[in-house]
Write a protein that binds this ligand. Sequence first.
Ligand code: CUA
Length: 491
Amino acid sequence: MPAANQPKKRRVLIASSHGLFAQGLRSLLRERQGEDVEVVGVVSNLAEAMDSLEKLGPDLVIVDYDDEALNRDEFLARFIEGEKKLRVVLLSLQSGKEAIIYDRRTLAAAQIDDWLEEWEFMENGTLSPDGAIDNREKIQNGSVRMENRSKSGKHLVIAGILVVISTIVVAFILQNIRLLPEAASAQAASIDNLFRGEFLVIAFLFSLIVVFMVYSIFVFRRKQGDTTDAGHVTGNTRLEVTWTVLPLVTVLFFAVWGGQSLKEVTRAAADPLVVNVIGQQFAWRFEYPQANGDNIVSDKLYLPVDKPALLQLSSLDVIHSFWVPEFRVKQDALPGGEAFVRPLRITPTITGNYKLRCAELCGAGHTQMESDVIVTSQADFDSWLLGQSNLAADPVARGQKIATTFGCLGCHSVDGARLVGPTWKGLFGSEVPLLDGSQATADEAYLLESIVDPEAKIHQDYPAGVMAATYKDQMTAEQINDLIEFIRSLR
Ligand code: CUA
């Protein structure tokens, strides 16, 4: 940095064998930089140039780019060898205003406009003793800057108004298109409130980004014939603090709100209807342990309206996830036994039929892992429960019910269709080709073995390790018999 009251003159060396080049450059520099620039010499060949670099110690060398007599490549090669801070401008009069600047320290090339700007900036930053010209320039620059500021203020106001309008429109659209299905549980209200708050923030963020982008594309687009570069922006602390703090506050706000909502949807109600929900690849089973008499098992989830239900979720194999979009709440069903049973509380508020979907990718049949959810009046629910406890006297009908409630039909079809496992249609009494090349007759003993020990004999067209070996614990011997009777009936 030069001393405050003595601005250092820029020492310029001109390298050109054409007298006119040097002459023109001298007057140009005087015009643009006034007293700040001193042309310390003019050289016309490489040897002279290298000599003058030592003797005259210029800050800047301006090289005639078009001068054949001056080997500019060699000059550049020699130029970068030195230690002193120095820059060289390759100036071409033939290609218009274009000029390239090389900095010896960084070896970076720059455009002459950038360099002149940097120079002016440095000069304006110091106090000049004969400040007449400088002050006039400063005043002019200042008024230009003020004008620019009021102009950008105007753009900000317009863009701001457009952001507000766009936010209102987008928020209105988000609230009024049906993004969410009907809310059919008491737990849905607080979750939907949270959604509404998020939609509002989404609408604002979307508008903030899109409005400023589209506005800039149209208002600040390049004018025809304009080949200049945009201004160089290095940073804006106020803006950076704003865009860090505001999102942080917003995210924290939603974290607290979300926590309160979670507390609300998981709050325990007195005397709930308990249903054990068991997921397995690829079916759901529902047990009603509170019902009188037998343990009622169903492949459909029946729930009485307006009665709090406590679903105890578990899985026999991998992680599944219980999700009825109309109820909003969702919970994973985990394998691992008692310790991993997870509660989910739902109070259905609207009677009707819904669809339970598995919301955790759980294998080949994941997309088919659906069950009907039927919300009825308490009276209808009670009579359904009663009907379930009087099982049909027919073993085939019982077997069919077992096949659906235990999820067998998620993998085995009864119509010959190929699913994850072999079809049951025509299975009984047939010859089954096995993986080891032998055959087995699908009789009662074979079916029993395949149910209790699925890996014992593997069908050659189906992969091993798919069927769970847990049915011998889940089903009674009677239930397995009924199931075999059902398979026998599928001719
Ligand atoms: Cu079970 Cu996806």
